[in-house]
Design a protein around this ligand. Structure first.
Ligand SMILES: Nc1ncnc2c1ncn2[C@@H]1O[C@H](COP(=O)(O)OP(=O)(O)O)[C@@H](O)[C@H]1O
Ligand SMILES: [Mg+2]
Length: 170
């Protein structure tokens, strides 16, 4: 197949927090160092819940006891070990200056860690060109329902998209 997956863009409904968490867990096992998952959506959409479930699932899959994964709202970044693979959880909501990104070590983390990052809008030009963009939106009609939009930029996302059950049907 010569088809190149530029512009994969899919949406699916997550009917409960448990569904969000199991999807995050499935995705976590399909990621490799260098993969960036950019989580957008309003406060309370479930970005941290998604990242937390993913990190804990990846740790559990390597035989580690899953750690507490608090929202890194104040530290902005938090690194976790998952059996030789580093996973970063970043929340840039309080980032005041893009220059801070270098101090935080994020640009370097993008090259060698799995990164879950909230508020990717704050990255500006530091946003990685190759990224899996997940956008979570609350459903105005139902408390625990979220719409998940998945966009894959750059190649190499087939395993991740399959884990999200969002692979191209073609
Ligand atoms: N389907 C769902 N997916 C994710 N979170 C959900 C869902 N349904 C309810 N929630 C709740 O929504 C809130 C999401 O909070 P959080 O993950 O901190 O959001 P964010 O990081 O996007 O600000 C949590 O209180 C969680 O229990
Ligand atoms: Mg959050």
């Amino acid at each position: 197949m010569t088809h190149r997956r530029t512009g994969v863009d899919r949406t699916r409904t997550l009917r409960s927090q448990a569904e969000t968490e199991s999807l995050a867990a499935a995705l976590a096992l399909a990621l490799a160092p260098g993969d960036a998952v950019l989580l957008s959506g309003p406060v309370g959409a479930g970005k941290s819940a998604f990242a937390r479930a993913a990190i804990r699932a990846r740790q559990a899959s390597t035989g580690l006891t899953p750690e507490e994964v608090p929202s890194p709202s104040y530290t902005l970044v938090q690194a976790y070990d998952a059996g030789g693979v580093e996973i970063w959880h970043a929340d840039l909501y309080r980032l005041s200056d893009p220059d801070e990104l270098v101090e935080l070590g994020l640009d370097e983390a993008f090259t060698r860690a799995i990164v879950f990052l909230e508020w990717p809008e704050r990255l500006g030009e530091a946003a990685p060109a190759r990224a899996l963009r997940l956008d979570l939106r609350p459903d105005p009609a139902a408390d625990d329902v979220r719409q998940l939009r998945v966009r894959a930029a750059g190649g190499g996302w087939d395993a991740a998209l399959a884990a999200l059950a969002m692979a191209d049907a073609a």
